[in-house]
Structure formats: C-alpha cells, structure tokens
Design a protein around this ligand. Structure first.
Ligand code: ZN
Length: 160
C-alpha cells in the first residue's frame, strides 16, 4: 500500500513541478474557459481547440495548490488529441472516481451504485484517487475537469 501511495505522490508532484501543456492558445480560434475554487483559491484557465470532432489542442493557465494544478496537467496529457466522445467518457470516469467518497456519505442524496472504475483506462490519472480520502481537496482535483466539460458544452453550443 505504501508503495502505491509513494508512486501516486511522485506522479502528482512531477505534474505539479513540470506541468504539461502550460500556456494559452490564441482565442479565437481557441475557446477560453475559467474555473475557480473559492474553497482553496485555485484558478485554472483552459484554452481549447476543437477541430473535426477532436480536442486537437489545449493549454492550461492559472495557479493554485498542488492538487489542482497537477490534476489540470494530468488531464491535459490524458485528453489532448482525443475525440470529443473519448474526452466526455474520461470526464465521466474521472468524476465518478472522485465522487465515490461523497456517494458513500450519501451527501448527494442519490442511492446510485457507483460505476466500477477501470483504473487501467485512467492511467496516471489514477494517482488522484487518493484525494477522495480528503473531501475538502476533491474540488481542487475536479476543478479543471468541470471547466473542461463547461468549455466543451460552450463550444458545442456555439457550433449548433
Ligand atoms: Zn486546491
């Protein structure tokens, strides 16, 4: 167990110290979306470029705690270049992973069985599952994902 925790901590620190896809894309054509977590003071700014049904490029700006920034970096590595369908699936899987703790506490009032999470599919993102043990940090980890989902919705609304 300790080995896994160490490995996960290493991945999170690596992405915090050397964030991937850092920066901003020219907007337009890229779509810009911001997320803010007042509980912790975390901020993310995503630039999304959607082309031919794909998230062909994205860049991450903003600042905040190690969990929020490493989650954004891990997310950018996982979703860049993927089809929108794959990106939406990953958002769903990630949010499910992060909501298991709340579901157990019954906070959201739903009795749904949590989906079974395929950790292999998540790759390095599985490193963030340890965060569910610290409920106050869950919003740090999901901040960039909520912003990504919002941004993709806005892009879809613009296109239709
Ligand atoms: Zn935070």
């Amino acid at each position: 167990m300790g080995d896994f925790d160490d490995l996960y901590r290493e991945i999170i620190l690596d992405h915090y110290r050397s964030p991937r896809n850092r920066g901003e894309l020219e907007s337009p054509p890229a779509h810009r979306v911001e997320g803010f977590n007042p509980l912790c003071g975390d901020e993310v700014v995503l630039s999304l470029l959607v082309e031919d049904g794909k998230l062909s490029d994205l860049k991450i700006g903003g600042s905040g705690c190690s969990i929020s920034q490493s989650s954004a970096s891990l997310m950018s590595s996982a979703v860049k270049g993927k089809s929108l369908e794959e990106v939406h699936q990953l958002i769903h899987t990630f949010k499910t992973m992060m909501s298991i703790h709340e579901a157990h506490l019954g906070k959201d009032g739903e009795n749904e069985e949590p989906d079974v999470i395929d950790l292999d599919k998540l790759g390095e993102l599985a490193a963030l599952q340890g965060v569910v043990k610290f409920p106050v940090r869950i919003k740090c980890a999901t901040l960039s994902w909520v912003a990504l989902a919002q941004g993709l919705d806005e892009v879809a609304a613009e296109a239709s």
